[in-house]
Design a binder for this molecule. Structure first.
Ligand SMILES: Nc1ncnc2c1ncn2[C@@H]1O[C@H](COP(=O)(O)OP(=O)(O)OP(=O)(O)O)[C@@H](O)[C@H]1O
Ligand SMILES: [Mg+2]
Length: 538
């Protein structure tokens, strides 16, 4: 079966939008669809995650599923992957109604899903994780055979991972590959669902993933791709379905729309994408790192020194796995350096625990929201105060004033636009982007004057990303300092005053963001080619 349209033309990212009869988008593109969802509705108590959703996907197309945080994208895909059951609606596969009651059913049909949060077991090795993902009983094949299969796959896709490596030593990019290879391993995949696969990948890693998607498309596989960065839609997708508040609001051929139109359809209004104001005059040093070294880490730091002044937004660029994680951990108080010092407002805080940094007003947005950012089983309002009861004066005579805590949480939830009606629910029930907003509300809600943020916009929609940028700019404007570690060079250059480049655990260069030379930065990063990918928000 071939779709009646060609792939998106990446050389025409700004093709003019013209009025497009939405029903005709399906009619023109999909004569015999591989998959049809009809009127899918899925509720969780009072929350309607998806309502009357229709979606059609053809073999050999890459279909973007777009929408704000909480729009219902992940839930819809979980229905398809057998992880959630629709209250109402039909799934039609190759023209026949099917019932997908479990992930095993989905796998049998040839449907594989890569999840928004990876499900790898960190303490196990790569091959052991492969073993766990197989439909057969564990260890039916034996690890030796799995190991050689892993080697075959990694060599085929050019992924630099050994079967006996422990998963917690891998970079985010390598973990993503592992997730993808686990799905492609030995199964006849007809539909591949990717839920934000690129959220924390570098440009080069993203291009590798997209190349693989194009190859899969060429071999007739259908792909549903959830992304927030609209430039990626134009890089690799053929059609797009836009959801808002659980409903489909538009369908477009990628060649017949623009980033601006899609952004407007997602949020219901247009977005102001202008960033940074004029630079502030830098004041005194608020964060100083001097001669920092670590021992026993995956990528040890070697003599890292840098300063952030009041009124400055300082970036750290680099390919994942070059020491950024270790630096972030030293600054978050979860890793003790072997040499060197960290000073906050002139006070030596080297090796001090996280609680003390919190007391000193250091806001930290961690790389992994599940591992370091949230207690998923605790309520939303509890997560908003984690570690901050004292600074928010919530404790009286040893007892937490829960009424006040709930009130404050409700204010922060509203200010940071966390989409939830009920603060009593476990934070793990929120959509991925809304979980990230809970961390932001906790860390940035108290007008922090020093922020250390690692990929803070991971998984956020366009409006929420813009909001985070505004918050970080506001810290700088009110005379605070921000250290922003990001894999997204566009983001760094749009926001920062200065950018340090890390490679092999060292700072290998510093550039003023204004007028920075991307090729030079790319060379400093270790030869990685970075190209200009439009503006930072879209
Ligand atoms: N297990 C659950 N229990 C209760 N509510 C849930 C559960 N899973 C999802 N929801 C709710 O359903 C709605 C849709 O969530 P979903 O995760 O599908 O959004 P999303 O479009 O994937 O958002 P994001 O871009 O942030 O990942 C949200 O309001 C969310 O809180
Ligand atoms: Mg999601």
């Amino acid at each position: 079966m071939t779709p009646s349209h060609g792939p998106a033309d990446p050389t025409r990212p700004d093709a003019p939008a013209h009025a497009c009869d939405e029903r005709s988008v399906d009619a023109r593109c999909v004569d015999a669809p591989l998959l049809e969802l009809r009127k899918i509705t899925k509720t969780f108590g009072d929350v309607v995650a998806d309502r009357d959703v229709d979606l059609t996907v053809a073999a050999g197309e890459v279909h973007a599923l777009l929408g704000e945080n909480g729009a219902g994208k992940t839930t819809l895909m979980r229905v398809l992957a057998g992880l959630a059951h629709a209250d109402v609606g039909q799934i039609i596969w190759h023209g026949e109604v099917v019932h997908i009651a479990s992930p095993a059913d989905a796998i049998r049909l040839g449907i594989g899903m890569m999840h928004q949060h990876d499900m790898l077991v960190s303490s196990l090795t790569v091959e052991e994780n492969f073993e766990l993902a197989r439909p057969e009983p564990p260890l039916a094949l034996g690890l030796t055979e799995t190991g050689s299969r892993v080697t075959e796959l990694t060599e085929h896709y050019g992924v630099n991972v050994r079967p006996d490596q422990r998963v917690d030593t891998l970079t985010v990019g390598q973990r993503q590959w592992l997730n993808l290879l686990r799905i492609l391993d030995g199964r006849e995949i007809q539909l591949l669902i990717l839920d934000e696969p690129t959220a924390s990948l570098t440009q080069a890693e993203r291009e590798d993933v997209f190349r693989t998607l194009r190859d899969l498309r060429a071999s007739g596989v259908a792909v549903i791709l959830i992304v927030h960065k609209l430039s990626e839609v134009f890089e690799v997708c053929d059609r797009a379905t836009v959801m808002r508040a659980g409903r489909v609001v538009a369908r477009r051929l990628v060649t017949e729309t623009t980033k601006e139109e899609l952004a407007g359809l997602m949020v219901g209004h247009t977005i102001d994408t202008r960033l940074a104001g004029p630079p502030e005059a830098p004041g005194e040093v608020i964060l100083a790192v001097s001669g920092l070294c670590t021992a026993g880490a995956e990528q040890n730091l070697a003599d890292v020194s840098l300063e952030v002044r009041r009124g400055e937004l300082v970036g750290i660029a680099g390919v994942d796995g070059n020491g950024q994680r270790e630096l972030g951990e030293c600054l978050a108080g979860v890793r003790r350096p072997s040499a060197g010092t960290v000073t906050v407002r002139g006070r030596d805080v080297t090796g001090r625990p996280p609680a003390e940094l919190t007391r000193m007003g250091v806001a930290r947005i961690p790389e992994d929201r599940h591992e370091h950012g949230l207690a998923l089983g605790l309520r939303i309002w509890e997560n908003i105060h984690l570690g901050r009861n004292a600074s928010r004066h919530l404790i009286h005579r040893g007892v937490v004033d829960t009424a006040r805590a709930r009130r404050l949480a409700a204010d922060l939830v509203a200010r940071f636009n966390v989409r939830t009606q009920d603060l009593e629910r476990p934070v793990g029930e929120l959509s991925g982007g809304n979980q990230q907003k809970v961390i932001l509300a906790r860390e940035l809600g108290d007008a922090a004057d020093l922020v250390v943020a690692v990929n803070p916009t991971r998984g956020l929609d366009i409006a929420a990303t813009q909001f985070v940028y505004e918050q970080l700019m506001a810290v700088r404007t009110r005379g605070g300092g921000v250290l922003l570690v990001s894999f997204d060079l566009d983001e760094l250059l749009a926001l920062c005053d200065r950018v340090f480049v890390m490679s092999g655990g060292r700072i290998v260069g510093e550039v003023a963001a204004d007028g920075a030379d991307r090729t030079l930065i790319g060379m400093m990063m270790g030869g990685e080619h970075q190209h200009v990918a439009g503006d930072a928000v879209l």
